[in-house]
Design a protein around this ligand. Structure first.
Ligand code: 9PG
Length: 532
């Protein structure tokens, strides 16, 4: 035990070894403890991967477990889904009575922080390593942590984030070659740098060859994009595999398995169960290398690699190494194969393993054409499902990552068609993109009214000077942007709502119900597309 002393605070720390550094302390140990002077006002909980809830919480509030459990592996760190104390991945922080922030942040992988009453506890899942501790103003302690992370893991090459048109948030999986070409043509001279084809082009998750909606093939599509003066971009979920794929039948030994030999669940999507590839298996690494080379050879220079959490799920691996180390190894192999000249956007990705390897990282859950979904937010108490409020909330709490890589808050909307956001809500999402300096949209040109197209053009062409005023308010040139409307979490369901919540949770946990919803959604999209 030793005393750490900061400007206005002294506290007891337990660690194997403690070093003083200019910005705070470095602690060494597989488990470290900080004794707080009093109950903190707030706890900063950091979610595991892109989509996982990241926010300041009331430490007395026990968040209801988000539902359904079927989706836990794809929405949070499944190892801690039912952890009783406020907790988070790699880093935790508390707001003290004098408004100073005390931060405990790991400088190694597979680490977790929890708040037990008046004690911050950090631990390594396997082995031991370093921790950074600092106390002071919020922006100062988080940027100091980011500097230490940079020293440990490296950071992205400094290049401006491209302005991206991405196909997901308009056509979803209903994309087709001709529809995309029409959209690309309709963008005219709007200043986009990248046109990115999202989910819907592939044969199956695992079979990364074009399906029959892309008869001319992926190379021809990339050529078409390049001919318009833009960089071709492509979405893949390289570490994921579904039973409907040929890969699943051909290579059962490539799957991550549990100690009983059962494939580890990576969640449920596209109406079926998801599984993970074992990134320590030599044949899987060969497959990933070939896949990256293949898509580069087709002409795609911007790669959105999604559902990357699959590589770090708990399980038994070919090579017995820590799960986040296994993911980082897979990412490194893919980065080397795609080359440093490719732009690598990581999505659905555990944060720390990406540092130094990816150019950009999605820092929140998906946006949607609606602000908040009652079923998902209130009944399922799920802050990771698609929704604009969810996306703003988590992305805003990850701004401190900006010195390490480009932070992607997901796309902004400009359209009124297929969208129920109010003008203020759309503006807030656009402002978030300006704040992150990562600009993207999925709006189809034919869905934009002339003034909306003009707003989009201005958004792409201009960048305000931004200063932070307080936690959620920023000065953008001569206007103030306040994100507070996206910050509250719903009340935990009570009374009759709790009953409805239990029933909805049970239903959402059934694969057949999820499959039914998927098929209904697909039918709706098909109808929409047929009218275009
Ligand atoms: C393509 C999409 C888009 C999108 C990605 C990702 O937790 N969930 O239920 C969940 C479902 C889908 C999802 C994210 C989370 O979307 O973020 O931009 O590429 O895949 O399928």
């Amino acid at each position: 035990m030793r005393l750490l002393s900061f400007d206005h605070l002294q506290l007891e720390a337990t660690a194997d070894r403690i070093e003083i550094v200019p910005e705070g302390y470095i602690l060494h140990g597989s488990a470290v403890f900080l004794q707080l002077p009093a109950q903190p006002r707030k706890y900063y909980r950091h979610g595991w991967q892109s989509w996982s809830l990241t926010t300041w919480l009331d430490p007395h509030l026990r968040l209801p477990n988000q539902k359904p459990a079927l989706l836990h592996p794809m929405q949070l760190d499944p190892l801690y889904a039912f952890h009783p104390a406020p907790n988070g991945s790699w880093v935790g922080a508390v707001e003290l009575a004098d408004s100073n922030i005390l931060l405990l942040g790991a400088l190694g992988l597979e680490t977790h922080v929890a708040l037990h009453d008046q004690q911050l506890h950090g631990w390594y899942e396997t082995g031991t390593g370093k921790w950074f501790v600092a106390c002071g103003p919020e922006s100062q302690v988080f940027s100091a942590y980011a500097r230490h992370l940079k020293r440990q893991f490296g950071a992205a090459q400094q290049r401006p984030a491209p302005r991206v048109w991405c196909s997901w948030y308009s056509l979803y999986t209903a994309i087709e070659e001709t529809l995309l070409q029409r959209a690309f043509d309709g963008l005219g001279d709007l200043p986009f740098d990248v046109l990115q084809v999202d989910d819907g082009w592939q044969l199956a998750i695992g079979d990364w060859t074009p399906n029959d909606k892309f008869p001319a093939g992926m190379e021809a599509l990339a050529d078409k994009i390049r001919a318009s003066g833009r960089t071709p971009g492509l979405w893949l979920a390289p570490l994921l595999i579904t039973p409907s794929s040929a890969l699943f039948r051909q290579h059962p030994t490539w799957l991550l398995r549990d100690p009983q030999g059962k494939p580890v669940s990576a969640g449920f999507n596209w109406g079926e169960s998801l599984y993970a590839l074992d990134t320590t298996h030599p044949a899987v690494l060969d497959f990933l290398v070939n896949l990256m080379k293949q898509v580069r050879a087709w002409g795609y220079d911007y790669l959105k690699l999604d559902f990357l959490y699959a590589g770090a799920l708990p399980g038994v691996r070919h090579q017995d190494i820590p799960r986040e180390v296994a993911l980082r190894h897979g990412l490194k192999i893919m980065r080397e194969a795609m080359g440093n000249d490719a732009y690598f956007l990581a999505c659905g990705a555990p944060i720390l393993p990406c540092l130094g390897l990816c150019d950009a990282l999605r820092v929140g859950p998906d946006v949607a054409g609606e602000w908040e979904n009652y079923r998902d937010s209130v009944l399922l108490y799920n802050p990771t499902t698609p929704g604009t409020k969810n996306a703003i909330l988590t992305s805003l709490h990850r701004l401190w990552l900006a010195p390490l890589l480009a932070t992607d808050p997901d796309v902004a909307y400009f359209r009124s068609i297929q969208n129920s956001l109010s003008p203020d809500q759309k503006k807030l999402l656009q402002d978030l993109a300006l704040l992150c300096n990562f600009k993207a949209t999925s709006d189809l040109p034919q869905w934009l009214e002339e003034p909306e197209r003009q707003t989009l053009r201005t958004f792409l062409e201009t960048q305000p000077t931004i200063h932070q005023i307080d936690r959620y308010a920023f000065q953008f040139d001569d206007r103030v942007v306040d994100f507070s409307s996206a910050i509250s979490l719903p009340m935990p369901p009570r009374g009759p709502t709790a009953l409805k919540s239990a029933l909805t949770g049970w239903l959402a946990n059934q694969g057949w119900v999820m499959n039914l919803f998927y098929r209904l959604g697909k039918r709706r999209m098909k109808k929409l597309v047929s009218q275009m």
